[in-house]
Design a protein. Sequence first.
Length: 206
Amino acid sequence: MERRIGSMDGMELMASAMHAAQARLDVSADNLANVSSAGFERHLARTSLSVNGLATRRELDTERGSLRHTGREFDLATTSGTLFVEEGGHRVATRSGSFVLDEAGRLRDARGRLLLGAEGPLVVRPGASIDERGVVREGDEVLGRLRMTAGTVVESGFLEASNVDAVKEMVDILSAQRAFETAQKTLVALDDTRSKAVNDVVRVKS
């Protein structure tokens, strides 16, 4: 038989509200911890009511962060579109990254991911430059081209900042804490009321 929302008792609903509030708190705390992480994309906490009560799910906020000038030639950010890196044998899209040359002349980020060119991992030399179209040059010599989505615009010497708003996350944390405390107090009150009702029935029967 299909369960209806109305069939949930108050204690079940408040317990689900506490779990949902805790999940909201975890999302905002994680966002806040990454406020200074270049290129970090915050998550949004979406809470909804279902037959199982309140539940919170994470959604990625794809809004771009502001660009921060670093002046380092192989710090790359995109104002539109994405670049691609290789991670664990897989191609992964990224909007920004701080890359350095390894011994083989390939560009790697801090996680060891290889920056990809149109023909595979990009191999460059110190002093090379990358223009807004992703063309890699050393002087007049073209060394290759970045693998990018169509319409991508590259900014060399820039990194994308986190799109986390610290003030907003603090407000969300306080809101989630209040929601948790309210649900907890309501749960305790319902439990006390239920216990009192059971005790009253026992006394009447006796």
